[in-house]
Write a protein that binds this ligand. Sequence first.
Ligand SMILES: NC(=O)C1=CN([C@@H]2O[C@H](COP(=O)(O)OP(=O)(O)OC[C@H]3O[C@@H](n4cnc5c(N)ncnc54)[C@H](O)[C@@H]3O)[C@@H](O)[C@H]2O)[C@@H](O)CC1
Ligand SMILES: Nc1ncnc2c1ncn2[C@@H]1O[C@H](COP(=O)(O)OP(=O)(O)O)[C@@H](O)[C@H]1O
Ligand SMILES: [K+]
Length: 505
Amino acid sequence: MKILNGAQLQLIDQLTIQRQGISSWELMERAALKAVEAMESDFGEGLQELPIVIICGKGNNGGDGLAIGRILGEQGYNVEVKLLHSENYSPDNLINQQKLGAKEMFTLDDDLKLPASGLLIDCLFGSGLHSELGISWVNIIRRINGFGGPVVSIDMPSGLLTDRLIDSGAPMVHADKVYTFQVPKLNLLLPAYGYAVGGFTVLDIGLDTQALDEAEGAYHYTVAEDVAGLLRPRSRFSHKGTFGHACLIGGSEGKMGAVVMSARASLRSGCGLLTAVVPQIGHPILQSTVPEAMLSVDSGKLQLEEFSNNGNFQAFGVGIGMGKGESTVRGFSKWMQDLKSQARIILDADALNILSEHADLLKFLPRQTILTPHPKELQRLIGEWSDDYEKIEMAKTFARAHGVILLIKGAHTAIIDEDGSCYFNSTGNPGMATGGSGDVLTGIICSLLAQGYVPLEAAKLGVFIHGLTADLAKEKFGEISMLPTDLIDFLPMAFEKLKPRSYLA
Ligand SMILES: NC(=O)C1=CN([C@@H]2O[C@H](COP(=O)(O)OP(=O)(O)OC[C@H]3O[C@@H](n4cnc5c(N)ncnc54)[C@H](O)[C@@H]3O)[C@@H](O)[C@H]2O)[C@@H](O)CC1
Ligand SMILES: Nc1ncnc2c1ncn2[C@@H]1O[C@H](COP(=O)(O)OP(=O)(O)O)[C@@H](O)[C@H]1O
Ligand SMILES: [K+]
């Protein structure tokens, strides 16, 4: 799915109206109906009991609010609509004013009266906001943010631009939930605005698909339909050799669990064979916990030294629980220098930290190596950034300069390809914020690489599946108690869920 900005969406609106032979008001009505449907599904029966207040501005976002107010009113909800006084309402806003009838007018100088609790629907500004809000908006935004119940924003939290940096002091609605139309907007995905976007749902309002496909942009949002088609069916005559031999290299004293989790995640993700290269201390641990894995035991006792690399492996996953002791750094450097240029590799954790401290090794990275830093590891790798936009630009520069794929972990993990394309993930939840989740991801992606998925596909599919396991685990264990090992246990269900349904049994 593409990530688009306000100007692009305005153009696509026009094309949709022309091609579908509908009026702009009808499109607005579609959007409003979708928003009401989403609220009914999220709030359930509770919506009947809540006083609902809708705050509308002068443009089409306000027009949506007026339509939502009418639809909710017709369905018997307890709804009150407040409309900002203006000299220049948009045409569809005016039509919806007439259709609604009763509403309360207010100005920015008024002391807006709000119920003590209930649900507030914010329709002041959407994707048509062209610059950050000035001081005259502080009062009303403060009232909205001080509301005693949930705040949902239609399309965008009012005050948030779609794809540009905003001054940190600028007034902005803090939404518990955003119902955004057709495609996500970049600022809904960035950590910088996490405080204003509690969560969001993308509502399909049936915009012209050709126009959406043709819209240009480097930013994408990976949803199930984007990756389901990548999953390969298994042929009847396939055998273990068909699905590749993955090699995981890592572990050190006290951190063997990382390799255990990676190895189990690899095997659950379908590779045909798995070898783990571990220090001697890992021998009994791996053999007893992951009997399916073969072992290559290193000469190092407590940490890796030798990095023996004498198998015919289709993919390497390196760095999990590895540490960065002197002999490990020496062994890893030698291993890097001996790599074949076509090797498929994913580097994580201490492998990344060693690269940060030994930038001379970067030149040995085979093309399309996947690097999976969390923000702290990324900063060690590419340097400090001043904001999320600069972070993305610096990451693109790094990916291009070294011919690698950077996978920046976190909520909405961003995968940055060497051509500058950027893919944000849609699955996952804060239950994954427990040490070990990253090791599971490395195992999954290494397994996909071994099976022959090209690196960008392996990264997108792996990150999506990894997040999906957490969404499934959340239903059983909740975000607080979920563990990385639970993610592994939900891999089978996640792969099944993603598999396109066959008409054959
Ligand atoms: N394809 C879509 O996404 C659709 C969008 N619709 C709605 O239309 C909205 C966009 O409507 P509009 O383009 O009318 O834009 P908005 O309603 O977001 O606001 C635009 C109005 O605010 C003014 N404005 C912009 N920046 C300002 C600033 N910094 N300070 C003060 N005033 C400012 C503009 O001059 C304009 O009058 C979307 O967010 C969505 O809610 C739907 O109605 C239909 C389909
Ligand atoms: N709030 C969150 N929402 C979604 N995913 C998250 C969140 N927090 C962490 N994750 C995911 O969990 C994993 C954590 O990996 P990492 O930071 O390397 O930790 P570790 O290696 O200790 O497991 C990443 O894949 C990251 O995207
Ligand atoms: K809004």
